[in-house]
Write a protein that binds this ligand. Structure first.
Ligand SMILES: NC(=O)c1ccc[n+]([C@@H]2O[C@H](COP(=O)([O-])OP(=O)(O)OC[C@H]3O[C@@H](n4cnc5c(N)ncnc54)[C@H](OP(=O)(O)O)[C@@H]3O)[C@@H](O)[C@H]2O)c1
Length: 199
């Protein structure tokens, strides 16, 4: 398969790419890193990415930003970061990318644990995660030609825990290797409309 991994140079992305590269051709994309550049917050940038990359069998996204701030301190502008990146960035990748997917291709997006297990300051990210998960479940029944769509909802990673441990007190972090396996299941398997919760 020919697979595009946006965020392929990040903590999750690198683990996904190293698994997929064993059997597939993988193209990585990031804002400044990767084989090709894209900013998911801009639709023109997504269009230009696919014009460069062409047709693929799978699109994976392992990127998305959010502002982590207590709701009492959060402004509408703070909230827009998650809406433009984690939510609309991923949905626009799917909407634009579907035109470049071969029959029986797949789209795999990323959500996250805080929508199911709240953390302080996580409401904006949770909103985006919830929107993406709902889109995936619903979009799956619209696709024809064998096109599939899933998302992966990782818990906080072992590899990122030191950085985020104050927000994730009492959580049991998961190894990125386990999270990456869920992306492989989405790409290589037959399921659609799923959210793989790796908690
Ligand atoms: N780490 C965790 O514990 C954890 C847990 C649950 C969910 N998640 C979610 O999983 C996703 C990936 O997390 P991570 O820890 O692997 O992130 P990371 O290590 O910070 O890597 C982010 C990746 O995304 C790319 N990227 C960032 N903004 C982008 C944009 N606007 N357009 C295109 N590419 C962009 C980066 O490339 P450039 O640097 O070149 O832009 C990089 O390749 C995030 O949505 C995160 O919220 C992470």
């Amino acid at each position: 398969m020919r697979i595009l991994v946006v965020g392929g140079t990040g903590t999750i992305g690198q683990a996904v790419v190293s698994k997929l590269r064993k059997e597939h051709e993988v193209i990585t994309a990031g804002r400044t890193s990767g084989d090709v550049q894209v900013d998911l917050t801009a639709t023109e940038s997504i269009e230009s990415l696919f014009k460069k990359v062409g047709h693929v069998d799978a699109i994976v996204n392992a990127s998305g930003a959010a502002t982590f701030k207590l709701v009492e301190d959060m402004t509408p502008e703070d909230n827009l970061v998650a809406v433009q990146s984690k939510l609309l960035g991923q949905i626009n990748l799917a909407l634009i990318g579907q035109k470049y997917l071969r029959n029986h291709g797949s789209i795999t997006l990323t959500t996250g644990v805080m929508k199911d297990d709240p953390i302080p300051g996580g409401a904006s990210a949770a909103l985006a995660n919830g929107g993406v998960a709902a889109f995936v479940k619903s979009a799956a029944i619209d696709f024809t030609h064998g096109i599939r769509i899933n998302c992966v909802s990782p818990n906080v990673l072992v590899e990122s825990f030191e950085q985020y441990k104050e927000s994730f007190r009492g959580f049991t972090p998961v190894p990125v290797e386990r999270v990456a396996t869920a992306y492989v299941k989405s790409v290589e398997g037959k399921q659609t409309g799923q959210e793989y919760q790796i908690y």
